[in-house]
Design a protein around this ligand. Structure first.
Ligand SMILES: Cc1ncc(C[n+]2csc(CCOP(=O)(O)OP(=O)(O)O)c2C)c(N)n1
Ligand code: SF4
Ligand SMILES: [Mg+2]
Length: 301
């Protein structure tokens, strides 16, 4: 029989994990497979958020549907698990109704750039003030490993058994050319860089975008005979080149090819709300009341 006093003493000696404060611990264990990279990114997010110094009561997390889309449900703050592809319009509404919020979209490559692709490009174009964290595992993980707009040429998928022949998205280039003001790419191996990029993105005014490459060992790696999650991390370590400021046109991803990482874009331009207020003020003069957030009868009570 174990000595419970000794065990209790041992448990008390284990320091609390600092990330626990950011998680809904009652939801743990999580759904992610062993070796999946999504959990690692959540750890980085918690550290990035802590280092940003933002008031957690003023941060809202929005996810779509997918394995990555489960993140919102595990974070211990105002979080919303929305419908597939609709995280960005939901987040836009949240931000416009309450501009004081820091709104974060945390979702997958399929969710944000396939069914949600149209919303992605327009939020970049409008420079809606939000941070988008996109987990790129090159596939639709949750639904069984179908080909995605991010599946590299020649990689196989359940719906592309002979390999993918469609050109994939270069997401940093897409985000920059549509108007994002902060664009970075890292991998789940580069945890310190991810933390720093998340902190910077959270503190940036305007549409900030962080792409994080993460292993999906269960579907993408297994089908492509790439080994387990650790093997994919080794690939990230050995094939990544950090090139801050690289021309995003040149950072497209090939199958198990060189990976260009870094902060590619960090510029200033008016956000959607700033542009709207400035334009209407110019057009209407003093008759226009600057919009600073939703007002309703309950606000005055
Ligand atoms: C309208 C609608 N279409 C399709 C689906 C099925 N579906 C759920 S998750 C998903 C793909 C998710 O892929 P991704 O965003 O890359 O997330 P991952 O699971 O890879 O993290 C799809 C197609 C759905 N839930 N709703
Ligand atoms: S299916 Fe892939 S993306 Fe989904 S939890 Fe498993 S390893 Fe992660
Ligand atoms: Mg995916």
């Amino acid at each position: 029989m174990p000595d419970t006093d000794v065990l209790m003493e041992f448990n008390e000696a284990v320091p609390a994990n600092p990330v626990e404060a950011f998680l809904r611990m009652d939801r743990i264990p999580h759904i992610w497979c062993p070796g999946c990279g999504i959990g690692t990114t959540v750890n980085c997010f918690a550290h990035g958020l802590e280092n940003s110094g933002l008031d957690l009561d003023k941060v809202a997390i929005v996810s779509g549907i997918g394995c990555s889309g489960r993140v919102a449900g595990y974070l211990n703050m105002d979080s919303f698990h929305t419908t597939h592809g609709r995280a960005i319009p939901f987040a836009t509404g949240l931000k416009l109704a309450n501009p004081d919020l820091k709104v974060v979209v945390y979702s997958g490559d399929g969710d944000l750039t396939a069914i949600g692709g149209n919303h992605f490009i327009h939020a970049c174009r409008r420079n809606v003030d939000m941070t988008v964290i996109l987990i790129n595992n090159h596939t639709y993980g949750m639904t069984g490993g179908q080909v995605a707009p991010t599946t590299p040429l020649t990689a196989t998928a359940t719906t592309a058994p002979y390999g993918n022949f469609e050109q994939s998205f270069n997401l940093p280039y897409l985000a920059e050319s549509c108007g994002a003001v902060y664009v970075a790419r890292w991998t789940a191996y580069h945890v310190r860089h991810v933390q720093k990029a998340i902190k910077e993105a959270l503190l940036k005014k305007g549409f900030s975008f962080v792409e994080i490459l993460a292993p999906c060992p269960t579907l993408y790696s297994r089908r492509n005979k790439l080994g387990d999650g650790l093997d994919q991390m080794i690939h990230y370590k050995e094939h990544s080149v950090v090139m801050n400021g690289a021309d995003t046109k040149t950072v497209g991803l090939g199958f198990q090819d060189k990976i260009v990482l870094g902060k590619f874009v960090d510029i200033e331009r008016p956000t959607y709300l700033d542009a709207m207020n400035e334009y209407y003020k110019h057009k209407m003069g003093d008759t226009f009341e600057t919009y600073t957030g939703r007002s309703c009868a309950c606000d005055t009570n």
